[in-house]
Write a protein that binds this ligand. Structure first.
Ligand code: FMN
Length: 204
């Protein structure tokens, strides 16, 4: 079983991070979750509830996943995942705000999410970044290029229309499925081109 760090920052698309955790834990993997303060605010806007604390987010949206989930405080630099000695299999930042993108690109480890990403890069582990902004400025593109050159993998949440999505969930599962592919986990969340057609939505 894999042990994956999931960072959720304050960009739009909190549902993508939430779905990533749902699928990972349903498949029996362990998740270390870090939510930025802005993520809680964006989650409130997008997922329709008051998430004053990360604990509230987890108890409201991930109650059944709790035993496979380690929730870290954003300011806790003494957490296991703040050190490269602690073995994890990779990290996804999903969604990734332009602020977090810039901080990680510059090595600004001023919260646990950013520190965990910095550790992932220095240990040459998989770092999958799902940036969410549109349109993109030169600064955003420059930071993505920097991170790509350092070994990070940039996965913009772009749908593939050839999979014929029938719902927003199908679109989300395509993005989450591609992220998990890059972390070495085949969750069978979307129909693969050239492979027997798989049904949408009902996998995990
Ligand atoms: C509803 C909402 C949606 C947002 N969407 C985005 C977004 O898609 N991309 C982005 O870079 N920032 C977005 N922001 C702004 C970030 O939350 C803000 O820049 C914050 O400082 C990011 O902090 P963090 O990187 O520590 O999470 C959004 C804010 C709100 C309230």
């Amino acid at each position: 079983m894999a042990e994956i760090v999931v960072g959720i920052s304050g960009a739009s698309g909190i549902v993508l991070g939430h779905r990533t955790i749902q699928v990972l834990t349903a498949l029996g993997h362990r998740v270390h979750l870090i939510l930025s303060r802005a993520a809680l605010f964006t989650a409130q806007e997008e997922m329709g509830s008051d998430f004053a604390t990360p604990e509230r987010f987890v108890s409201a949206l991930l109650p059944e996943q709790r035993d496979r989930l380690t929730l870290h405080k954003i300011g806790d630099f003494s957490a296991s995942i703040a050190s490269g000695c602690y073995p994890v299999d990779g990290m996804a930042i999903i969604p990734c705000s332009m602020g977090t993108l810039a901080a990680v690109a510059m090595g600004l480890s001023d919260n646990l999410l950013r520190r965990a990403a910095d550790v992932t890069l220095k240990e040459r582990r998989r770092l999958v970044i799902v940036p969410r902004e549109t349109p993109l400025s030169e600064i955003h593109l420059d930071n993505m290029l920097r991170l790509t050159r350092m070994g990070g993998i940039i996965v913009p949440p772009m749908p593939a229309w050839y999979t014929k999505p029938r719902s927003l969930r199908d679109v989300e599962d395509f993005v989450v499925g591609r992220v998990l592919d890059l972390l070495g986990i085949d969750a069978k969340l979307y129909p693969r081109w050239g492979v027997e057609e798989l049904p949408h939505s009902n996998y995990v």
